[in-house]
Ligand binder design. Structure first.
Ligand code: SF4
Length: 207
């Protein structure tokens, strides 16, 4: 097993919160399925990934901001950090529309924790801009979301320490929307496990 990384990429927390097997396939195995939806996201991110800063009225906009937390051992880029009315606001750009899972929220919250550590300022909320619906969703960094984010970080390091690919245990609705489904082959793996007398029932909260 490879040694544990010093810092986990922030974007991988999004994958882990969505599905531990997806996190492993992408982070450890380096799998990346480029389908139309993924390419759409790449093109949509081009502008924010150009970096730099600008001002719109009283609002300052910092693009592609490198952030890290020595306490959590995570690091990566925020698409945008806005400064307006005395608040620092991380803004993440996502393709599509708001989903029912909290993976985007966890990624954004991890950015906020990093931003607080770097600046010494409190970051109360962030925003997610969904390209398809052209809407911004405000995300409050509640104690519950902060705790969930820290659990996700701990779980990622624990998985890497365990050193094995998690079994597919996600509900059909998640696998259907997952770009790695053709690589992961959750149905086939479940059938094989069933044949061997094992099961991977979806977790209660996610059925
Ligand atoms: S197909 Fe399902 S089990 Fe496999 S990585 Fe995607 S969400 Fe996880």
């Amino acid at each position: 097993m490879n040694p544990l990384p010093d810092y986990l990429p922030l974007s991988m927390l999004n994958q882990l919160e969505y599905c531990e097997r997806r996190f492993w396939l992408m982070y450890v195995n380096g799998e990346m399925a480029v389908n139309a939806a993924v390419m759409e996201g790449v093109f949509q991110h081009e502008r924010v990934h150009a970096g730099g800063q600008s001002r719109e009225g009283e609002k300052r906009i910092y693009r592609r901001v490198y952030l890290w937390s020595d306490r959590l051992r995570v690091a990566g880029f925020a698409d945008v950090v806005e400064e307006r009315e005395g608040e620092l606001i991380p803004v993440e750009y996502k393709r599509g529309r708001m989903g029912k899972w909290l993976n985007d929220h966890v990624q954004l919250c991890a950015q906020a924790i990093c931003l607080e550590e770097r600046t010494g300022r409190q970051v109360r909320f962030g925003e997610i801009f969904y390209w398809r619906s052209r809407t911004r969703q405000r995300v409050e960094f509640t104690p519950t979301l902060r705790a969930r984010t820290e659990v996700a970080v701990a779980r990622a390091f624990a998985l890497l320490r365990e050193g094995r690919l998690p079994l597919p245990d996600q509900p059909y609705t998640k696998c259907r929307d997952c770009s790695l489904e053709p690589i992961c082959m959750p149905r086939e793996v479940k059938l094989l496990l069933k044949g061997a007398g094992q099961s991977t029932a979806p977790r209660e909260e996610e059925r």
